[in-house]
Design a binder for this molecule. Structure first.
Ligand SMILES: C[S@@+](CC[C@H](N)C(=O)[O-])C[C@H]1O[C@@H](n2cnc3c(N)ncnc32)[C@H](O)[C@@H]1O
Length: 282
């Protein structure tokens, strides 16, 4: 049968509708992203007195983690465009003095100028319509000698956490994965040369982009993992467009559970991941 190609605007992967899904899966995602979060924090070399900006902070997990590392004089601002996620973050972390959340579009928000020592982001900077302008704006918020550290996905096909189960879903739906472009979306910064160009044109110096092979893992059961895989990213998008019968949905789920079981060693399910760790200075 001929495959239907869905024309998904990548930016649609992240909009206000994505918020509740992220909140629902937050703990599961934070667990899976813990190895790469540790790596991001090591690279950011946070100091107790740092003023830190966390761009696209979502539910505030990384912002909170920064706050725990700060001492006197240090504080962290989590910035996000999603009301749903920021409200969620505020409801969890409202009582921590060294941390605040700002609802804004980081592309053009008037942050305090020449203020932050460190800007960090875990998967929160790939959704800008005009990345050069957005990073110019972010640069303006940084002190002289301030540094930027973020982590983003490389090529989707090198990230099993994103692709696992996709074949099952395409088999049942006859749809194919949308083409990945540089349009705003999770994979907009897959290409290192492009990221370098964006940061250079925004005025950043000492740009360094490390492509790192790592892993994403969970102690969830295969069934819980399959549910998560079906509930996020391109897989969820295709499934939500198809309106499949509950019988077909459970056939898909069963096949994906089997895939998750095959990955399980002891209590851990692991996916190969490939990320770009990006750093630059003002
Ligand atoms: C994939 S989520 C990552 C969330 C969080 N950093 C984490 O790792 O849990 C991307 C986040 O970027 C935010 N975002 C997207 N475009 C943004 C913009 N222009 N300004 C601020 N935040 C933005 C989204 O609302 C979302 O919370």
């Amino acid at each position: 049968m001929k495959q239907k190609i869905i024309n998904v605007e990548q930016s649609e992967y992240w909009n206000e509708k994505s918020g509740p899904k992220w909140v629902k899966n937050e703990d599961a995602l934070n667990e899976r992203l813990s190895i790469l979060t540790n790596e991001l924090f090591l690279r950011a070399k946070l100091k107790e007195s740092d003023k830190v900006l966390d761009i696209g902070c979502g539910g505030g997990d990384t912002t909170f983690r920064v706050s725990k590392l700060l001492g006197d004089g240090g504080h962290v601002v989590g910035a996000d465009i999603s009301h749903t996620l920021l409200n969620h973050a505020k409801s969890k972390f409202s009582n921590i003095d060294a941390m605040k959340f700002v609802h804004c579009d980081a592309q053009n928000y008037s942050f305090d100028g020449n203020y932050f020592d460190k800007v960090i982001s875990r998967f929160g900077v790939m959704f800008f319509e005009n990345p050069s302008e957005a990073f110019k704006n972010i640069l303006g918020s940084m002190q002289t000698n301030g540094s930027l550290n973020f982590v983003c996905w490389t090529n989707m096909m090198e990230n099993e956490f994103i692709t696992e189960g996709m074949d099952v879903i395409t088999k049942y739906t006859q749809k194919v994965l949308p083409e990945v472009t540089k349009d705003p979306g999770p994979f907009a910064f897959s290409d290192r040369e492009y990221v370098n160009e964006v940061l250079q044109s925004a005025g950043f110096k000492n740009i360094n982009i490390d492509k790192v092979y790592t892993s994403i893992s969970t102690k969830d059961s295969a069934e819980q993992d399959a549910e998560l895989l079906m509930g996020i990213g391109p897989r969820a998008r295709i499934l939500s467009e198809e309106n499949l019968s509950s019988e077909k949905m459970s056939m898909i789920k069963n096949e994906i559970i089997q895939l998750c079981e095959k990955r399980q060693i002891g209590k851990e399910i692991t996916y190969k991941a490939c990320l770009n760790y990006v750093s630059a200075t003002k």
